[in-house]
Every structure is written in C-alpha cells, then in structure tokens.
Design a protein around this ligand. Sequence first.
Ligand code: MN
Length: 280
Amino acid sequence: MLRPYHPALQVQPWLTLQVADAGDLAVNPFSIDDAIAAIEAGADEVLARADHMIAVGGDHTIALPLLRATARRHGPLALVHFDAHLDTWDTYFDAPYTHGTPFRRAVEEGVLDLDCSAHVGIRGPLYAPDDLLEDHGLGFATITTGDVAELGVAVAVGRIKARVGDRPVYVSIDIDVLDPAHAPGTGTPEPGGLTSRELMAIIRGLEGLRLVGADVVEVAPSYDHAELTSLAAANLVYDLLGLFTLGSGREAGSVTAARPDGADDGVAVRGAGGGHASPE
Ligand SMILES: [Mn+2]
C-alpha cells in the first residue's frame, strides 16, 4: 500500500508537490530508433511543463533518451545507476542501441558528468575479463553488491554522496539490482542481489542530493509472481517522490503546506516502452 505520509523521509509528497501521472508514451516496437526518438520527444514535452520526471519502464534503453532530455534541462548529469549489470557495453549483435548499452552511448554523447557517476549493485558473470576495466576506463565508479554486503548501507550511501557532491543527479534503477527473491519479474535476473530493504535504505539515504530526474526500469509483469516486482518498483517510485519532495525545499520536518497553484516544483510520472519484453 502507498499511503500519503512517508515516515522515513517525513514528507507528504502529494500535499507538497504537484504530482501528475503524465500517461504512457506510444513507442514503435519494430524500430528502436523511432522508439528512442518518441521517448526523447515525450520527455522534452513533460519537462517543458514539470521540473522533474520519474519514468517507469520499459527496458533500460529508455534511459538514454531520458538522460538526453534531462541534461538539456539541467546540464551534464551525475548518474547513480542501480543495476546488476554495467549497461556500458558497446554493441549487442552489432546493434548500438540496446538495453545493455545506454550508458556507453550517454558517455559518448557527453550527457554525463563522469567524475561524479557510479554504478551500484553490480554482480554476476560478465562477457570478458576486461568488461569492468573498460567500464572503469569510461569514468564510472562501482559499488558492487558485495561491497554493500561487506561494508553496509551507510558506507555505500557515504560513497555515493561523496562521488556525486552537489552535481545535478539522475537516479536510474534497474529492478534487477534486487535479488530475484525480491524482484523475480525481470528479464535478466542475477542471484545474490540486494534486498528491497537494503535498496530502499540506500535510496532514502540519498536525501540531500540534488536529484533532477529518475527512472525505474526492467519490470516485466509477465515474469512476476504475486506482484512482488511491481510492488517493489511502486515503492521505489514513492521513495523517489519523497526525495523530490525534500529537494523542493518546501518541507520542514513533518509540517507540510498544500500547493494550490501547482505552478512549479512539479513532478510527472510517465510510463515509457511498457510493451517491450527484453529486459537487461
Ligand atoms: Mn539495466
């Protein structure tokens, strides 16, 4: 259940912010280029009317057009990327635009501030011994699932915050960062992942960062059981809304004010690419 008061962050997002469901984007399932262009145009359209957007995927391909649109609005972005997988591979079957390559393309396009970006939750087998080195060479820092298990949530949060500093930050959450026990409904599950409790504690720990955009991707309802994965994703979106609420500067402790005008500090939640069925 999502109730109006978020006790961990002490905010009431719907009383403090103007939050809108911006609807779904219609994307072409037969042309990745058309789909990416439609998502980018849709994100531009939302960001012309709202300060921030949380996109609900769809596979991880959608992060690239979302980052482009968000960077146009807020400048080069620190990326905090939660995922079992790096998603910085160059091509899959010679295809440059896939759900395993969005952050390589984002690096090439200059939309990321690489001194301030990090992957969190990386684990599982890779294609080659050089994969991690190559990723590091692009500029990303990495906090693995093993690091979180060994050092704890507080240390992980401290490392993320030290890395991001006061840069505008985009949070991209691939639901497969969670253990398949917590999120079975995804296309490339990897055993040994974070618990939903750990991930939510890390996300809530990002309070104070300058969050400007976010997505939650790779939820595949057809693979889900008892809506476990959808429930985790919905709660993560709620946590992100809580962070946006804190970032709005309008919340003081548990005191909130209604916002009758809704003219600014808006957050739009938008679905993108929901018909895709090849998550990474
Ligand atoms: Mn991914």
